[in-house]
Design a protein around this ligand. Structure first.
Ligand SMILES: CC(C)(COP(=O)(O)OP(=O)(O)OC[C@H]1O[C@@H](n2cnc3c(N)ncnc32)[C@H](O)[C@@H]1OP(=O)(O)O)[C@@H](O)C(=O)NCCC(=O)NCCS
Length: 433
């Protein structure tokens, strides 16, 4: 099998950047996903000093799109500093949406359709659209079409008080009705992941993210974000990272999704988050021609899926061996692993799955991926502490993995992301020489 991009069109990661990630309803609550996305792309273009005329396309991921601007990518591409001729499209693959944006962008480069692409994602969970009930929506439509005041009033005659309760989008599987948290709870039970281990993992996420913030490795990937409309306040760091949390505090939290027998708490789950992230991708030849030194190359990637009614967040276990095989590598070759942390129970279930022969066979392999060396895993923490703006996380992880691989002088890095719908993603990066 030919390795990705070895047709002379390897995909180089040139730079990555993100906004601070803020818990929904806090620092960034007044900012839309579109504004977050525009800010991060504008800053990425400034910092990387790419001539905007060189950008061939822009791809962005988002999970809960605005009904007013559903193609967020195009709105981002219409930044005043960019030429109007940059085609842009929006993708959605739940929590792996920015990964989808990056792989779509990379495919365009490998195909030779583009040389320079900006890819990323944004999410504002503080600004999810609130919907009306069917009955109230019908009344609104009827009233807007009514030809007299009387008809307008009578359009509302059948509206009942309960119809006025707004309908907020749920983080639940449309096919099963199960929420993400309930799925994590189920996985903890099926895979026998004790509460202690989940809390230890959450604590580790906060400690490592706090260290990365303090020593500047994480902050180097974050732009200061001045909050509109007055721009008097700004955010510079992720506000979900707790420098002061402890195992005892985590143990004291009540389970949220199964209050009686559960183990999944607000402390060992990723919080609902606002933020945006983006990367600048180029063909290897274009990077050389423009005088850029890439951080890393995309060596391979794979997506997988399983029945959402089974173990909703376990599909990274099916995607990782395929990505490794496509890269011609095994886990032994991997210097760093970045896993999206939706829940500690999910990460620990995924890690267990990597060691399982049964899961390997399900993915079509005779041998398991193997045991991930914990000292190489999420070395600057993960989504539990940093936060998880659904559409943006994939670009955050890609940036961190590329930068940290370079910093440590490692050769290969692997990332995995679990996603709603029972989907999983894995990608292998190779440090640029
Ligand atoms: C789990 C969830 C419901 C919690 O929401 P929440 O109740 O608003 O969470 P909060 O941040 O208010 O935390 C609840 C409490 O736990 C405390 N807490 C949370 N993390 C803590 C930590 N690491 N250490 C100590 N205390 C902590 C908070 O201080 C808060 O305490 P308070 O009630 O005394 O103020 C929400 O974050 C969620 O839905 N997460 C999952 C998102 C999801 O499904 N993502 C998709 C994954 S792919």
């Amino acid at each position: 099998m030919e390795t990705y991009g070895t047709n002379g069109r390897r995909v180089a990661i040139i730079a990555g950047l993100r906004t601070p990630f803020a818990k929904a309803g806090t620092d960034l609550r007044s900012v839309t996903a579109q504004e977050l996305g525009r800010a991060v792309v504008a800053e990425l273009v400034e910092r990387s000093e790419i001539d905007p005329k060189e950008i061939d396309a822009l791809v962005f991921g988002t999970v809960v799109p605005s009904v007013l601007a559903p193609n967020i990518a195009r709105e981002v591409a219409l930044l005043p500093m960019l030429p109007k001729g940059i085609p842009a499209f929006t993708v959605s693959r739940a929590c792996a949406s920015a990964n989808q944006a990056i792989t779509d962008a990379a495919d365009q480069i490998v195909l030779g359709h583009a040389d320079v692409v900006v890819a990323g994602g944004a999410e504002s969970l503080s600004n999810v659209p609130i919907l009306h009930t069917r009955n109230f929506s019908d009344a609104l439509v009827a009233a807007s079409r009514a030809k007299s005041v009387g008809a307008r009033v009578s359009a509302f005659a059948r509206v009942r008080p309960r119809d006025l309760i707004p309908v907020a989008p749920a983080i639940a599987e449309p096919s099963t009705g199960e929420t993400m948290g309930q799925s994590a709870e189920k996985m903890a039970k099926l895979n026998h992941i004790p509460r202690d281990e989940q809390d230890q993992f959450a604590l580790r996420s906060h400690r490592l993210a706090a260290a990365g913030t303090q020593d500047g490795r994480l902050t180097a990937e974050i732009m200061p974000f001045y909050i509109p409309p007055r721009y008097e306040k700004w955010a510079t760091v992720d506000n979900g990272v707790r420098t002061d949390t402890s195992f005892e505090q985590l143990q004291a939290l009540k389970p949220v999704f199964d209050r009686r027998y559960g183990t999944v708490t607000a402390g060992n789950s990723s919080p609902l988050t606002d933020g945006a992230a983006a990367v600048l991708l180029m063909s290897e030849a274009k990077a050389r021609a423009l005088g850029y030194t890439p951080i890393a190359y995309i060596r391979s990637y794979a997506y997988a899926a399983l029945d959402p009614g089974e173990q909703l967040l376990q599909a990274p276990v099916l995607a990782a061996p395929v990505a490794l095989q496509r890269a011609g590598l095994t886990l032994k070759d991997i210097d760093l692993v970045e896993m999206h942390e939706a829940f500690a129970a999910q990460v620990l279930s995924n890690l267990q799955g990597f060691e399982s022969k049964a899961w390997a066979e399900r993915a079509g392999f005779s041998r398991p991926v193997g045991e991930v060396d914990r000292s190489r895993l999420n070395v600057m923490g993960g989504s539990i502490a940093i936060g998880h703006p659904f559409g943006a996380t994939g670009a955050r992880i890609t940036t961190t993995l590329a930068n940290e691989l370079k910093r440590r002088g490692g050769q290969f890095g692997m990332m995995t992301v679990c996603a709603a719908g029972g989907m999983g993603f894995a990608m292998i990066l190779e440090r640029a020489a």
